[in-house]
Design a binder for this molecule. Structure first.
Ligand code: NCD
Length: 323
């Protein structure tokens, strides 16, 4: 199952290289440090700017947000970003239940329809490859807000921006990712992006939730220096970045399977005693049980700032897509 998904992901990567409009389907489209630097510089400008000075770059533009899976940050930060830049939003927030999908409409037909209304479509969907399916039938840009256990490119962009902002660099950092490496699309996209840099990565997950094998092979091919671990005991003290993500309950075949692993990698104050004074603690959120709330007041915990950065990075991405 996991291997099929990975192969599908690799195929998607090949496809998007020839894509027409400026889609954001996979993070591999952003594997150009000059492009990343430009997006991050714009995001930093937006962050420093009072809201009344934001340029109305999206005046006359309508962006559709089509979400078949729950979302708080991705959808609302995109919708805020569009409106801050003078554009307007049409939104289907619970598309699995409130769009014509209920009547049996295909994703392709829903996209063909929205394509006639909106100037760009942000989509989140439970199937790996769904954003590419959308891009195949769209003439407007498609932005992947998460395709199942596949990719989450805009999350990786805001994560990298946050790391750079907090640490002043990416190269030479030691970065630990802990949680559900099999299903976390945030991990998948961030790992690919990190393979552009000279970093050391520890991918820490319960054995049954480790990165799919062929996916690991691809990261090795890309030259990412990474090791797999089943716990963080001997690693946590050397990390510059500790990035955790919840065990992705909705991807499990049964509640019993989830119960077996739901207590893995729960970060407590006790664990942090071993961490460096300047280790940053990140999480794409939502946080379930993987970071105890006592950690929220620790100055190293930057996950809510990370979520806030999502707004500025998505504004910068919209500027890039529409310029
Ligand atoms: C992530 C997602 O949806 O993949 N959340 C987000 O977009 N901020 C992470 C998660 O749901 O665990």
């Amino acid at each position: 199952m996991a291997q099929t998904k990975t192969r599908q992901r690799i195929k998607i990567r090949e496809l998007i290289k020839t894509a027409g409009p400026k889609h954001a389907i996979s993070i591999t489209q952003f594997e150009d440090k000059k492009l990343l630097d430009a997006i991050f510089a714009t995001a930093a400008e937006f962050k420093a700017m009072p809201a009344e000075r934001y340029p109305k770059l999206l005046r006359d533009k309508i962006v559709a947000t089509l979400f078949f899976e729950p979302s708080t940050r991705t959808r609302l930060s995109f919708e805020t970003a569009v409106q801050r830049l003078g554009g307007q939003i049409i939104s289907v927030e619970n598309a699995g239940e409130s769009s014509s999908k209920v009547k049996g409409e295909s994703l392709e037909d829903t996209i063909r329809t929205l394509n006639g209304y909106a100037d760009a479509i942000v989509i989140r969907h439970p199937e790996v490859g769904s954003a590419q399916t959308a891009a195949d039938v769209a003439t407007v840009p498609i932005i992947n807000g998460g395709d199942g256990a596949g990719d989450h490119p805009t999350q990786a962009l805001l994560d990298l921006f946050t790391i750079q902002e907090a640490k002043g660099k990416i190269d030479e950092l030691t970065i630990g990712l802990a949680g559900d490496a099999l299903n976390s699309r945030s991990f998948h996209s961030l790992l690919e992006l990190l393979s552009l840099y000279d970093v050391k990565v520890y991918c820490m997950a319960p054995k049954v939730l480790q990165l799919p094998k062929d996916y690991q092979a691809e990261l090795r091919k890309r030259g990412l220096n990474f090791e797999l671990r089943e716990n963080w005991n001997d690693v946590i003290g050397g990390l510059d970045v500790l990035y955790t993500n919840r065990i992705q309950q909705e991807r499990f075949a049964s509640p019993a399977e989830y119960e077996k692993v739901k207590g893995s990698f729960v970060l407590t104050k006790k664990d942090l005693v071993k961490a460096k004074k300047d280790t940053i603690i990140m999480n794409p959120l939502p946080r379930i049980n993987e970071i105890t709330i006592e950690i929220d007041d620790d100055p190293r915990a930057i996950y809510f700032e990370q979520a806030r950065n999502g707004l500025f990075v998505r504004m910068a991405l919209l500027q890039y897509i529409f310029e």
